[in-house]
Design a binder for this molecule. Structure first.
Ligand code: EPZ
Length: 409
């Protein structure tokens, strides 16, 4: 059914997670606002609490953090295995305390997800790194500023080393750095704490170490992937969507794709209005590091392509196994063939509801979109994947007129 209305976009999960870790860099208080109410944020706050950060949630999902009483320099397996971003405590702990022990995150559904670049950077800054029984133990008398060239673009790798470099002795230059807006949001927060950072958002970031950082009051940026997910859903099902509080420039790659699909996008200041097309053109996508098309939007756009008027291709260049939603979409009647890291989609006139299974966070978002497109009822299993990255998804879609309800967790 067509969806009409406004969605309130939450704070960005992938900005909130590294920003929460900045609390480890100072004994002063951090007040972080506009946190999304998500499982991953709860997991990160639990991990920081385990390490000894004082965490005080305020009424509207803001949080007061203080790293004054950090007393455990360890991120245990039972927490890290549920959220790979836990590796982001490594850089700040070593920078401030000279030591950290973090469980190796292990792979996940979408790929191996190694952390060799994180390790390479910390070693370049003078840290000793040991891997033993699934744990990374990193120690350094004091981190020394270094020139680090990443072998590939890594978002949390860039963030981990930026966090570490803020308290290192001397200047660190990160080359081939990730340019994602969430990296810039972290840099802005750290600068607010007294860090000396320039170049965030470009491929070369310079961090001049300081002796100490202070507290800050900082609001996390909007979640561009959540916004993009609702935009894609409305474009695919027809209707109209209003989003407020966006920086439209940072979702330009998605806006141009939805426009070529036939969507009408109008933006004014921080508001964006999307009108769905009467017929959907197929759109070819190739994921790439920012400012390229985001891999976190790949499954959602594939769902839209399943009913577009023609053939489209979706190429995934970031992760080696991020097509698990394809089999599930085919259960709904989609016509998709995988050729290496490229999926070829033949648009069909309609999808038919069925039972499907979520496999990872963004694949499950793609399945919800497909369920909204399909005739009849679709049930999506293992929606704990969804809750990691989407706040109140059934409520927000429900407000747009979707018939969606949570059966169980
Ligand atoms: C971040 O993951 C995001 N997570 C992911 O979002 C996102 O998909 C990904 O960046 C790419 O944009 C957070 O920010 C918390 P990478 P990250 O390091 O940092 C390889 C979501 O849905 N690599 O940029 O872990 C890696 O295997 C999540 O919210 C190495 O080989 O991703 C991958 O193929 C899913 N060695 C590629 O680089 C390393 O040391 C990009 O990974 C690090 C990464």
């Amino acid at each position: 059914m067509k969806l009409f209305g406004e969605v309130e976009v939450s704070g960005a999960k992938n900005a909130a997670l590294p920003i929460l870790c900045a609390s480890l860099l100072t004994p002063d208080k951090l007040r972080i606002r506009n946190l999304p109410h998500l499982q991953d944020v709860t997991t990160m706050l639990t991990l920081l609490g385990h390490i000894g950060v004082d965490v005080e949630l305020d009424e509207k999902m803001g949080v007061m953090l203080s790293g004054a009483n950090v007393n455990r320099l360890q991120a245990p397996y039972e927490l890290v295995r549920t959220m790979r971003a836990s590796v982001l405590v490594l850089g700040p702990l070593v920078a401030r305390f000279g030591r950290a022990q973090v469980s190796l995150p292990g792979g996940c559904a979408i790929g191996q997800r190694p952390v060799d670049q994180h390790i390479k950077g910390l070693e370049a800054m003078g840290a000793e790194v040991e891997i033993d029984q699934g744990y990374l133990t990193v120690s350094a008398h004091r981190l020394i500023g270094a020139e680090i060239v990443f072998d590939l673009v890594t978002v949390t790798g860039t963030e981990n080393l930026m966090l570490a470099a803020t308290l290192a002795d001397g200047v660190t230059v990160l080359r081939n750095a990730a340019m994602e807006p969430e990296v810039v949001d972290l840099a802005n927060c750290l600068v607010g704490m007294g860090a000396k950072i320039s170049g965030a958002g470009s491929e070369t970031i310079k961090i001049e170490g300081v002796s100490a950082l202070k507290g800050v009051d900082y609001a996390v940026m909007f979640d561009r992937i959540e916004a993009g997910t609702y935009m894609t859903a409305v474009a695919a099902t027809g209707g109209e969507l209003l989003l407020k509080g966006l920086d439209v420039n940072i979702i330009s790659s998605l806006v141009s794709k939805l426009s070529s699909a036939g969507g009408e996008v109008h933006s004014e200041g921080e508001d964006l209005l999307l009108r769905a097309p009467c017929r959907l053109n197929p759109i070819d996508i190739k994921t790439a590091p920012y400012p390229g098309f985001p891999t976190d939007m790949q499954a959602q756009l594939m769902a839209l392509n399943t009913i577009a008027d023609g053939t489209s291709t979706v190429s995934e260049t970031i992760f080696e196994n991020r097509f698990m939603h394809v089999q599930e979409l085919k259960r709904l009647g989609a016509k998709i063939e995988i050729q290496g890291n490229m999926a070829v989609i033949q648009g069909v006139s309609e999808l038919a509801g069925a039972e499907v299974m979520a496999t990872d966070l963004r694949a499950s978002a793609g399945l919800v979109i497909a369920g909204l497109i399909a005739s009849g009822e679709t049930s999506v299993g293992r929606i704990y994947h969804l809750d990691r990255g989407y706040e109140r998804i059934e409520e927000k879609f429900g407000r747009l007129g979707a018939k969606i309800r949570r059966l169980s967790n």
